[in-house]
Write a protein that binds this ligand. Sequence first.
Ligand code: CP
Length: 306
Amino acid sequence: MRHVMSPLDLSVEELEQILNLAADIKANPKKYAHACDGKKLATLFYEPSTRTRLSFEAAMLNLGGSVLGFSSADSSSASKGESVADTIRIISSYADICAMRHPKEGAPYVASMYSKIPVINAGDGGHQHPTQTLADLMTIRSEKGRLDHFTIGLCGDLKFGRTVHSLIKALIRYPGIRFVLISPEELRLPDYIRDDVLKANNQDFREEVRLEDALPDLDLLYMTRVQKERFFNEEDYVRMKDFYILDKAKLALAKDDMLVLHPLPRVNEIATEVDDDPRAVYFKQAQYGVYVRMALILTLLEVEVC
Ligand code: CP
């Protein structure tokens, strides 16, 4: 039995297999319509979500399985003080696989220690979000045709943005990747990623404050929202929230084939006028999230479809 807490829990070969499987699912959905008949997915979400929870649920339903779970701590016995360890002990006898989102870093890992079923980290605090990374990788590979040799700008809240932390961990394993880290001083990448992941792996990266200075060099721009829910005070959030706004005028500085990604939800950081630009792929990215989650469920449940 396997759990997925970080993209590093999957080897490059396994990632490749999951992306290939996701591409086959996209091309031949009927082939997989009964692959998980009789199986149940539990979605244990202690923190709000639209894409991750609903795409996990859509993924299991598309595979013929069923879903159960809760969408907030308030509607579960966590509100009465039940621990994550006790919750997963119970859920292990109700479901075959579980996706957990939690505001505390490491909570899904704690669950995995007490679980009898595979646990997937669906986002833990400002730490990791490995299934968003699968969606990001499928988007890049599908739209660019490769996962190597490009310059990617990561822009916005790099301190609390768990999608960025997971994407960096995944991409450092491919050759020829250059990172441009674009953030205000207060929202720079944490040391445990900059030093322990980028520097420790001799990864090519530079830091910028102005998006305009980075844009002309980029093959991919990964925009992120300022993570309001992780700030200790409203004043700091208000000061930071509109630091970056990608609009048509700024996009004119970018290459004609640069792609704009965003894990969503978007607040103000991408103007809606950008949505119609062929370089904007963030809505496709959310759609790819269903296929990769279907592929991950099949992989962790060891279901083979011939
Ligand atoms: N990208 C993402 O995690 O979105 P949700 O918070 O809506 O799940």
